[in-house]
Design a protein around this ligand. Structure first.
Ligand code: TEU
Ligand code: CA
Length: 566
């Protein structure tokens, strides 16, 4: 197993609009991030990943880019980004950016040209198809449902055809089959920033660039609507690996660049290895979604399902072990800007247990094999928005489109809307986009403005970074000590083998990490009740860490207790 900086490094994800506002307009910005680099460094973080800050009309929070080489005005300037890169490097940290190249904004000049005329040289840079006529009525080329609801096709009167958009209609999909498009992406979106010193990319929707150009209809599973989920048809198209090999060969391999691709809807480990095995020369790491989609219901993420701890174990084991004996690498994370808070989803946000379960999950994330990712606010145990907040506090296009669709289909039925609201309270992307809680001052010290772009969580008086920095027993202090421990024992935790014990236990997750000279057992109580410890497992071992004070060897685990035995 080769050692690389992007394997040992702990990554911290920043969502620019919600991290820190430097100029009092209620919106986080780049100088705000730069002003808190010492805070990030103090966590023990090695690599910062910044979600999109590029020029954008913000239909999807910057994942709709209208100029790859410019910065969203509210976030700052290219010079501010230069200073951020420099600030990271000065502190011995690296920084990666989000690369969003499946689609652009509809306001990107490339799309404006593409949509101006069929004769425009850039017309073919996006994906245009004629209508299907059924009984004289105009229909889109196929029945695929977009990630944000509705059809993936939008009619354009001027061209007299539909264009493809897997996400919002303001996010038209680029035509990767056109080699000029690929070269333009490599230059504008990648080399421009790599030459400025960025250390790599988190690559958005990395398995959607190659499309099945025959656009077959997806099977009808939702008879209520004409638009059907088509993940298997949308993801992992025929030229995917070829495109990524080219991107790696022509651009990434020329720099010591880190890559981590977002890889939804790809359940087969052999398939995932095709993207990340070192010899495949495509990506270094991917985000596999089984754990963060665990509570998503059959119908949609907004009708969540109850899951059993054995299902969690199964998914965890699968993606911990799939790199054994090969040259791949794995990632571990429970949160990003598209999820709810891990404490609310896998632990408990009941004030009696919130901090304990945040620490228990920190034990998990810092002892797993692979590169560990922490999302802003996770290190202080931020939780989902209060259940008393009405839909008006939610801002995400995905959430609002879904809510409004339910409203429309049911004619505004109160019971139906209450039901979907319960799902939104658990899995909406909005929860992780609430402003970061810096201190107990107004608006949690996030902004000096009276109003922040999203409402600040009501609990900032008790959950905030300043208070926790001063408290050795806080979630923040615990995260710091766990990241230190991960580095001290990197052979064991970052690289060691992973084996689940006592698999059938639905309350306690236990696993062994092992390297040539050391062996650790991690036991994590996922419930709010005391649980019997399996004494056979801990025979001849001593406690190295516990998320309760002291190093209790008691044969019973307290609620949400996590221990590491060595
Ligand atoms: O997400 C891609 C993706 O697959 C999402 O639809 C994901 O499944 C969903 O958010 C789960 O609820 C990426 C970005 O992470 C997301 O923020 C963007 O909205 C999307 O791409 C479009 O760029
Ligand atoms: Ca600002």
């Amino acid at each position: 197993m080769t050692k690389e900086w992007w394997k040992e490094g702990v990554v911290y994800q920043i969502y620019p609009s919600s991290f820190k506002d430097s100029n009092g307009d209620g919106i986080g910005d780049i100088p705000g991030i730069t002003s808190e680099l010492d805070y990030i460094k103090s966590l023990g973080v090695d690599i910062i990943w910044v979600s999109p800050f590029y020029k954008s009309p913000q239909y999807d929070m910057g994942y709709d880019i209208s100029d790859y080489q410019d910065v969203y005005e509210q976030y700052g300037t290219v010079e501010d980004v230069d200073a951020l890169i420099q600030g990271c490097h000065d502190r011995g940290m690296r920084i990666i950016f989000d690369l969003v190249v499946n689609h652009t904004s509809h306001l990107h000049p490339w799309f404006q040209e593409s949509a101006s005329s069929k004769n425009n040289p850039k017309h073919d840079w996006y994906i245009w198809r004629p209508a299907r006529y059924i009984n004289g009525e105009r229909h889109p080329p196929c029945n695929w449902r977009g990630f944000f609801g509705g059809s993936v096709w939008e009619w354009d009167d001027n061209i007299g055809e539909y264009y493809l958009h897997l996400f919002a209609k303001e996010q038209p999909d680029l035509n990767w089959d056109n080699p000029d498009v690929r070269q333009a992406i490599y230059n504008d979106a990648m080399r421009f920033w790599l030459d400025k010193g960025v250390d790599g990319f988190r690559i958005d929707t990395v398995n959607m660039y190659s499309k099945r150009l025959d656009f077959p209809d997806a099977p009808v599973v939702e008879p209520d609507t004409p638009w059907q989920p088509a993940y298997d048809l949308i993801c992992n198209g025929p030229r995917m690996h070829e495109f990524l090999r080219e991107m790696n060969y022509e651009v990434l391999s020329k720099y010591d660049a880190m890559t981590v691709g977002e890889l939804p809807h790809t359940p087969d480990p052999a398939h995932v290895l095709g993207y990340i095995s070192a010899s495949a020369c495509q990506l270094q790491q991917v985000f596999q979604m089984d754990l963060v989609f665990l509570d998503f219901g059959e119908r949609s993420k907004y009708y969540p399902r109850k899951w059993a701890l054995t299902e969690f174990k199964e998914a965890l084991e699968k993606w911990q072990c799939f790199i054994e004996g090969n040259d791949g690498w794995t990632t571990n994370f429970l949160e990003n800007h598209d999820t709810g808070r891990s404490v609310s989803r896998y632990g408990s946000d009941d004030p009696r247990f919130a901090a304990l379960s945040a620490k228990m999950l920190a034990v998990l994330l810092t002892t797993l094999t692979g590169t560990t990712y922490v999302y802003q606010g996770q290190e202080i145990g931020m939780v989902n928005a209060p259940k008393t907040w009405p839909i008006e506090e939610y801002k995400d296009i995905e959430t609002l489109n879904y809510y409004n669709e339910v409203k429309q289909i049911t004619g505004g039925d109160k019971v139906a809307l209450e039901e979907v609201m319960r799902g939104i309270q658990l899995t909406a992307r909005d929860h992780n986009r609430l402003p970061f809680q810096w201190n107990a001052n107004a608006n949690a010290g996030f902004t000096s403005s009276a109003k922040s772009w999203m409402r600040v969580h009501d609990n900032y008086g008790v959950v905030n970074a300043t208070q926790q920095s001063e408290d050795p027993s806080s979630v923040l202090s615990f995260w710091k000590s766990m990241i230190r421990l991960r580095k001290q024992y990197s052979e064991l935790f970052v690289h060691g083998s992973f084996t689940i014990c006592d698999f059938e236990n639905e309350a306690v997750l236990s696993y062994v990490k092992e390297e040539t000279n050391k062996r650790a057992l991690v036991v994590l109580n996922f419930t709010d009740k005391p649980q019997e410890l399996n004494l056979k497992l801990v025979k001849d071992m001593t406690v190295l860490v516990s998320n309760y004070s002291g190093k209790s060897m008691e044969p019973v685990l307290k609620p949400f207790e996590g221990r590491i035995y060595i």
